[in-house]
Ligand binder design. Structure first.
Ligand code: GDP
Length: 620
């Protein structure tokens, strides 16, 4: 059975065991048309002759069928369109599916299909995550230094962003970036390098905001999670309490019938670290991580830089195949003929197999972390591909790119670019979280899966925006609002935040976006925010809010939304707006003012009044 591995497709860049060989079939337009399990998979218009060959028919059968049934006169060289191809397939007992043709230079979109018999075990790739000060760096250092003592004593190490550790005769590859930066950095190019995330939690501190973030990131990335409860040497360590908190955050230890392995360690005193490493091997073995060492290498850039002496260089992680000195490689958009590659001990390697990180130098430009690379046998082909990629990158730069947005969701679904819609859901109370979540999940269909990666009660925070950016998610807010800083970050990261206060409207909006039916809309534009600093009660007027405009402006008669701790407590209209004793038309940032809200008096100190207008916006 063939085993699929992303990225890449086509069994055409294969190094066979009787020596390196370049497959001349490797040409533009892969994947080629093929019949696969009764389904004819094709990429565009094809001739009668080609179709008859693929379906095992005589061309005259097709010519006759089309003449008798569709009054079409065709020859064996006539091009057939989608409708006719579909009808012919069904008539001859095949299902059919059109796939996007992939240009050779877009190698990250290709899908490598290796034969099961060519696959061998490869080391796991591990990242260490957790809250600040919980001991990530100490753990990484402890693991790394015991490595040096083990085999490479006296060797000068260099930080290359990744390293390998050998234990019980097996290797483990660690990505060196502590924290979820690893995922955030990689997201732009959709890189997936990690197999296992170790989530470090200090036993004397427990689950903290970044622990939760780490859990969300690891879950969204779909990697195996191992929990390392650290600092167990400290008198204040409370393992039971930490375990309980982790359970509340969805990590259930095996002993409790869950699927997550918990290990207790002291990174500082080197207690339990060996067991942790052995656990990694066990998880890796269960995951059956495999690759085919007998093909040209492909993988991902871990980090890259411009060195004063060595020029453009990159640490790359080989994910499949074997990289050899002498290979021609396209790394991101850069071309490189591998003259020399070294590991983190500056040891020169002649070959680098699956899961091996190596530094290569002599690139013609600096790629970015998360870029894919692919090795080629033919120098000319590699150079041409790098050249085309540079051109494509320039063209792309011209158009601004953005993360997932509801407005272009349908287009992306239609193009087959989107099959998973990631959603972060924030609502005022747990009850609404559950209600929205249930309804949203029901929108999943055969083509598109709704994937709720975070659903919690509370305001929309910076951490939500970062997770959305890292996982290309849309944020839905129900009766909650982002503050100015969060909105600014979302704009910078091009994260789409959708705010609603009627569940039905929220669901309908997403449903319509999925069907490409979003109507031209009235868009809400926030024009300013003011903080309530003092409350006055006047018997005739009601509650007057002495306030300070933090951002934008407040305008007479504008719509207003009152927020308390990021949660909407009232939506209505501004009553009066005054500076000193005078009614004014507007008050700008940095000025004090007093306002009332029409028909509403329950204003409190510390509340935020958000002023907004409804504008008509044509959908782009
Ligand atoms: P990071 O921010 O998660 O990388 O945390 P660090 O590795 O920098 O550790 C933060 C502090 O905790 C440092 O002072 C470490 O020495 C200390 N630390 C880390 N692991 C342990 C441990 O197992 N036991 C004790 N007692 N202290 C530790």
């Amino acid at each position: 059975m063939a085993k699929k591995q992303k990225p890449n497709k086509g069994n055409t860049n294969t190094r066979v065991s009787n020596g390196p060989k370049y497959d001349p079939n490797r040409k533009k337009g892969v994947p080629q048309n093929k019949v696969n399990g009764g389904v004819f998979v094709y990429t565009g218009s094809i001739t009668v002759s080609e179709l008859s060959k693929q379906l095992g028919l005589n061309p005259s059968d097709i010519i006759k069928y089309l003449f008798l049934n569709k009054k079409m006169m065709v020859t064996i060289n006539s091009q057939l369109d989608d409708e006719v191809i579909g009808e012919l397939c069904l008539n001859y007992g095949y299902d059919f599916k059109k796939e996007k043709a992939i240009e050779e230079e877009n190698f990250e979109e290709l899908e490598i299909i290796d034969d099961e018999k060519d696959l061998v075990e490869r080391p796991p790739v591990v990242v260490v995550m957790g809250h600040v000060d919980h001991g990530k760096t100490t753990l990484i250092d402890t693991i790394r230094s015991s490595n040096i003592a083990g085999g490479e004593a006296g060797a000068i190490t260099q930080a290359i962003g990744a390293y390998q550790k050998e234990i019980l005769g097996k290797k483990i590859t660690f990505l060196d970036t502590p924290g979820h930066e690893a995922f955030t950095q990689m997201r732009a190019r959709g890189a997936k390098m990690t197999d296992i995330a170790i989530i470090v939690v200090a036993a004397d501190d427990g689950v903290m905001p970044q622990t939760k973030e780490a859990i969300d990131h690891a879950k969204a990335a779909g990697v195996n999670i191992i929990v390392a409860i650290n600092k167990i040497d400290k008198p204040a360590a409370n393992i039971e309490k930490v375990t309980q908190e982790l359970i509340e955050n969805g990590l259930i230890p095996e002993e409790y019938g869950g699927e997550h392995i918990f290990r207790q360690v002291s990174a500082k005193k080197n207690i339990g670290v060996q067991e942790l490493l052995e656990t990694i091997l066990v998880v890796a073995e269960l995951s059956e991580l495999k690759a085919n060492p007998n093909r040209y290498a492909l993988g991902t850039v871990v980090e890259a830089s411009l060195d004063k002496n060595e020029g453009a260089k990159a640490t790359i992680l080989v994910q499949n195949g074997t990289l050899n000195t002498g290979d021609s490689v396209v790394i991101g958009n850069a071309y490189c003929k591998v003259r020399k590659m070294v590991n983190e001990y500056k040891k020169v390697l002649k070959t680098a197999g699956p899961s091996t990180p190596v530094v290569v130098t002599g690139l013609d430009e600096v790629p970015q972390a998360g870029d894919n690379f692919m090795a080629y046998a033919d120098e000319k082909v590699a150079k041409e591909i790098a050249y085309k990629r540079k051109l494509n990158a320039k063209n792309k730069e011209m158009k601004t790119t953005s993360a997932m947005s509801l407005d272009d969701l349908y287009g992306q679904i239609k193009e087959g670019e989107v099959t998973n819609v990631n959603i972060i859901l924030k609502a005022d109370v747990q009850g609404s979280v559950e209600a929205c979540k249930g309804s949203l999940e029901k929108l999943s269909n055969d083509e598109v899966k709704i994937n709720i990666i975070r659903a919690t009660a509370g305001a929309i925070t910076l951490s939500d925006v970062l997770l959305a950016s890292a996982s290309n998610a849309i944020i839905y807010g129900f009766n909650v609002r982002p503050d100015a800083a969060v909105r600014a970050k979302a704009a910078e990261e091009k994260v789409d935040i959708r705010l609603h206060n009627i569940i039905y409207a929220l669901i309908e909006e997403l449903e319509e976006a999925m069907k490409g039916m979003l109507k031209p809309i009235e868009k809400e534009v926030v024009i300013g925010q003011a903080e309530v600093r003092q409350i006055f009660k006047a018997s005739k007027i009601g509650t007057i809010a002495g306030s300070y405009v933090l951002e934008g402006e407040l305008k007479r008669d504008c719509k207003i939304r009152l927020l308390r701790d990021g949660i909407v407590v009232y939506t209505g209209k501004l009553g009066s707006l005054r500076r000193f004793k005078d009614d004014v038309a507007k008050v700008a940032t940095g000025y004090e003012c007093a306002f009332t809200i029409e028909n509403f008096n329950d204003i409190k100190e510390g509340d935020i009044a958000e002023a907004y207008e409804i504008q008509q916006v044509a959908r782009g």
